[in-house]
Ligand binder design. Structure first.
Ligand SMILES: Nc1ncnc2c1ncn2[C@@H]1O[C@H](COP(=O)(O)OP(=O)(O)OP(=O)(O)O)[C@@H](O)[C@H]1O
Length: 248
């Protein structure tokens, strides 16, 4: 039997409460306020995109959720617990994995060393076998140094790395950025597969075609606030609505 046929993550909670609730979230870089009361909810197993122009506050929202913004106010509830005052390592242990835009692959380490660097923080993560099944090209390149990987392979490695930790909410910052269309498609297939395995995902994305392929809902961020929320069907029916926010 395919070992990935079983969901890697437990089914939705019996209460039906959102897995993540962000309310009135503000955040600052030093004295500069960049988020102005962001709010949205995410149900278990859902895939949500944050879309918006450069500088809108999407990355800062992800950084706030994982506790990396020193000054943040409002409420971020994950799995029923308030996390706004928690430290990054505490939040990671609760089951949130962050894959930053810069990917963070260590050039001097092999693929395997990069993959096994983050500790397993809680049960429920993918086993080595499941990881290599999802990312066969990482298995083939297990002993290659990080420097020798293509952009797409680096992205896959960055995603694979957080799947071992036991995270059930994955925050992925622009995984399609700078990749050729064929590789973007491959990453899209992997993300769809992770969703069917039960992972809950927030994707920061500027590539609307890619976002449409994988997402359930889209939250549009402008000047550090949510200005619109659309289902994937609404986006498909009216791409102009979102393009006007993006200025494309
Ligand atoms: N380290 C930093 N110090 C000061 N200001 C920052 C820092 N990082 C981001 N900013 C500012 O915060 C605002 C929000 O940036 P953020 O990176 O969250 O936007 P974004 O929507 O993710 O856009 P992008 O796609 O360009 O990353 C921008 O005005 C940006 O210039």
């Amino acid at each position: 039997m395919n070992s990935l046929a079983q969901p890697a993550v437990p089914a939705a909670s019996a209460t039906g409460a959102p897995l993540l609730e962000v309310k009135d979230l503000s955040a600052w870089y030093a004295e500069s306020r960049v988020l102005h009361g962001i709010g949205f909810e995410l149900r278990e197993g859902e895939l949500l995109t944050l879309i918006g122009r450069n500088g809108a506050g999407k990355t800062t929202t992800l950084r706030s959720i994982v506790g990396l913004m020193q000054k943040r106010t409002g409420s971020i509830r994950f799995d029923g617990a308030e996390t706004i005052a928690r430290r990054p390592f505490q939040i990671a242990r609760m089951g949130i994995g962050y894959c930053p835009e810069e990917r963070g692959i260590f050039a001097s380490l092999s693929v395997k060393e990069n993959l096994f660097l983050p500790p397993v923080l809680r049960p429920g993560g993918l086993t080595d076998e499941q990881l290599y099944e999802t990312f066969p090209n990482l298995k083939a390149r297990a002993n290659s140094p990080g420097t020798k990987l293509s952009g797409g392979e680096q992205q896959m490695l960055a995603i694979a790395r957080i799947l071992r930790t036991g995270a059930k909410l994955l925050l992925l910052d622009e995984p399609s950025e700078g990749l050729a269309p064929v590789v973007v498609k491959e990453i899209g297939e992997i993300i769809k597969r992770l969703k069917t395995q039960g992972f809950t995902i927030i994707l920061v994305e500027q590539n609307l075609r890619f976002a449409r392929l994988v997402a359930d809902r889209h939250v549009v961020v402008e000047n550090g606030a949510v200005v619109d929320t659309l289902t994937n069907e609404e986006l498909a029916a009216d791409m102009g609505r979102v393009k006007s926010y993006l200025g494309v």
